[in-house]
Design a binder for this molecule. Sequence first.
Ligand SMILES: *Cc1c(COP(=O)(O)O)cnc(C)c1O
Length: 396
Amino acid sequence: MSAPATRKYRPETRLVQSGILRSPFGETSEALFLTQGYVYESSAQAEARFKGEDPGYQYSRFANPTVSMFEQRMAAFEGAQAARALATGMAAVTISLMGQLKAGDHVVASKAMFGSCRYVVEEYLPRYGIASTLVNGCNLDEWKNAVRPNSKAFFLETPTNPLLEVIDIAEVAKIAHSAGAKLVVDNVFSTPLWQSPLELGADCVVYSATKHIDGQGRCLGGVVLGSEKFIMDHIHTLIRQTGPSMSPFNAWVLLKGLETLAVRVRRQTDTAATVAVALADHPKVTRLVYPGRPDHPQADIVAKQMRGGSTLVAFEIKGGKRGAFRFQDALQLVRISNNLGDAKSLITHPATTTHQRLNAAARAEIGVTDGLVRLSAGLEHPDDLVEDILTALKAV
Ligand SMILES: *Cc1c(COP(=O)(O)O)cnc(C)c1O
């Protein structure tokens, strides 16, 4: 490591200066090591490396210098002891749970979460003998009541998708720990800039790097972070042996994405807050949720655990599905896409896209009404976005 990765530096500095493995050529921009394997200087060195006595690389499913740079930069940014990169956010979520659970265990998770995460917990884990209970994450009693003697993991996402409700990480961590379970937090919606789950008591943090970490809509990626012990006990070997590894090319793109993350996320958060102000009292908007506003349903928890708002705004258009579709179709600048965290502003109608798998009752339970849309603010000028949105509302 040529650059200090210590917590002495502020996040912006860590995003640029940590996790640099400079080659003998002394390049300023990190090198892309697009290689599957590594050669050894001697038979003895190969033997030592396989025994773990020589610290070099063996094979890129296990580790790769460009992927290591991305992992080290993520760990420095998050303030975690260790990180492992994966091919996608879903690989990160799945490995973070599968790595620590076995048949006979039980997992407690909040209901309001990214569609595929819910699918893993609700449909996949039970197929391998791991029971799950879904709770309303904002109700601490539901977490407590869901505990069973075999509860080994708690899983939550906050702010939640798509309604941006905020769950008290420190309180859920206490309940998990008193039950002898570990807490995994999907921190995608707030990004490491605004929320540090490990400091609040979580044991593991996961990201889809596809979102704000790339930030320009190019590559898929995922990361799992935690203590050295958590990563070595639960994550390290599972990735090496089952192979959901990140490609060096994607790691390189994401590593460079991290350099601009703080600048982008600050700007996108300010823009989302500006949009929220413009929509708050609009006659065609029947509900608006934005973390950081005093009217947010968990404003006190936002103030306690988040350092900033969100790059997303959730709001409900008058007239249900018809109103929401008319509004989305009338937008000129904001494009319809289920992705988020991109430089381009994107909007989605959860009831018919990301959450269409759930039946009407399950959607109602988590507040996904037919009029609800979720906007991901991009890097356009905020005034242009607000104009586009207000013009489109006239079509409703
Ligand atoms: C996108 C997303 C995921 C899944 O990540 P992929 O990179 O698409 O696999 C998981 N959780 C949240 C909150 C997400 O937004």
